[in-house]
Ligand binder design. Structure first.
Ligand code: NAP
Ligand code: MG
Length: 401
């Protein structure tokens, strides 16, 4: 059987610990036997990040801008314990944070639904993709504990010295105040990333804020989404037969619970933090979740939503068997290859991705899965496999399809 040929390389960002072990198994068993893999490889393993003073992370993000599609393995974000463990020159920043900032991207996450592991919400037939704005609001707030009676004011001093002042509250006793902000440019990037992703996945886009109460702040989000949609995306959405739908956040929550799924739900930073945890836990497991970073100009970086699964790695190092779930990492590869195929017009890559995802899901539906899924499946005959045997089982399913 001849392998699928690629024209443009994919940017490959290797990572750490157990996911680095899975990375190699996935390449050896599920990718390289079928695809003549053309990748520009960046080793984001912590040791190599330290050796290069984290330049490798910056280089990998620049390569992603150049080629348009990357696939990333989970990486360690160093803390004090990791600085000691790896004898690091310094506490390097989170690679995901660096890459997100360089691509100005928004992260889209969706549960991977499979028979036998049903969402807790009975009506959800298709995944709900959550898009979270990753800048500002309460995550960049300034707070004051008000000690006692006094006047709180909101003051803006323009670059030319002009002042805008508003009274927040005349306090008659102790209390609290908080200042938050956002930037038009960041909201615009978020809006564009959401519209682009809706087009690229052919799904409706929902967006919600509380603009009835927050008549300036939340209203600005709504306005920027509206004007961006009308001026740049409406006709593309019409052509594709998809919709942009705005509503109030409380109405959105009520509708989501009764929906069938199959749309993108764009959320402000805080709403996205809370709602993504709700959607993912209602669907079972972080290892059954896709995650992709999309820039406003349509650059894609696919990854798993979970971390490097440190606890399993230490068992692996002791020679013990581990049953770490590779599904999210497999779907990072299939997502990236499908996108590469779409951009380069290579059907073989798209077909490989579709078939590999089906093979992964049917393997689980046939009762072969990793330990984390055995714990939550309704399939009474489920069998727990170690990581390697599970990946080999997927390969068998694929070859028999
Ligand atoms: P984690 O790697 O997500 O794992 C936490 C726990 O979740 C695991 O111990 C395991 O539970 C379960 N789990 C996660 N993924 C799993 C999988 N694929 N299969 C089976 N079980 C899975 O989080 P962490 O241990 O807190 O973090 C480890 C490192 O990952 C940290 O250094 C952190 O900086 C990094 N991290 C990276 C990313 C990223 O690059 N995207 C994201 C988050 C964290 P049991 O132990 O109960 O089996
Ligand atoms: Mg959270």
């Amino acid at each position: 059987m001849s392998k699928v040929q690629m024209t443009t390389p994919i940017v490959e960002m290797d990572g750490d610990e157990m996911t680095r072990i899975l990375w190699k198994m996935i390449k050896d068993e599920l990718i390289c036997p079928y695809i003549d893999l053309k990748s520009e490889y960046y080793d984001l393993g912590l040791k190599h990040r330290d050796e290069t003073d984290d330049q490798v992370t910056v280089d990998s993000a620049n390569a992603t801008k150049k080629y348009g599609v990357a696939v990333k393995c989970a990486t360690i974000t160093p803390n004090a314990a990791r600085v000691e463990e790896y004898d690091l020159k310094q506490m390097w920043k989170s690679p995901n944070g660096t890459i997100r900032a360089m691509l100005d991207g928004t992260v889209f996450r969706a549960p991977i639904l499979v028979k036998g592991i049903e969402p807790n919400v009975k009506t959800w037939e298709k995944p709900i993709t959550l898009a979270r704005h990753a800048y500002g609001d309460v995550y960049k707030n300034v707070e004051i504990a008000v000690p006692g009676a006094g006047k709180a004011e909101l003051v803006f001093t323009g670059a030319d010295g002009t002042k805008i002042t508003q009274t927040i509250q005349e306090f008659d006793g102790p209390g609290i105040i908080q200042g938050i902000h956002n930037k038009d440019a960041s909201i615009k990037s978020f809006a564009k990333a959401c519209f682009e992703y809706a087009l690229s996945t052919k799904q409706d886009l929902w967006f919600a804020t509380k603009d009835t109460i927050s008549k300036t702040y939340d209203a600005r989000f709504r306005e920027i989404f509206d004007t961006t949609f009308e001026s740049e995306y409406k006709s593309k959405f019409d052509d594709m037969g998809i919709e942009y739908f705005y509503t109030l956040i409380d109405d959105a929550v009520a509708r989501v619970m009764k929906s069938k799924g199959g749309f993108i739900w764009a959320c402000k930073n805080y709403d996205g933090d809370v709602m993504s945890d709700m959607v993912s836990s209602a669907c079972g497991s972080l290892a059954m979740m896709t995650s992709v970073l999309v820039s406003p100009d349509g650059i894609y970086e696919y990854e798993a939503a979970h971390g490097t699964v440190q606890r399993h790695y230490y068992k692996y190092l002791k020679g013990e068997e581990t049953s770490t779930n590779p599904v999210a990492t497999i779907f990072a590869w299939t997502g990236a290859m499908r996108k590469r195929g779409e951009l380069d017009g290579i059907n073989g890559l798209i077909e490989w991705a579709d078939k590999m995802e089906k093979a992964t899901l049917s393997t689980i539906e046939n009762g072969e899965m990793t330990g984390d899924l055995v714990l939550i499946t309704s399939n009474k005959d489920a069998k727990k496999l170690n990581s390697e045997d599970f990946i080999k089982a997927i390969r068998r399913t694929y070859d028999n399809m």
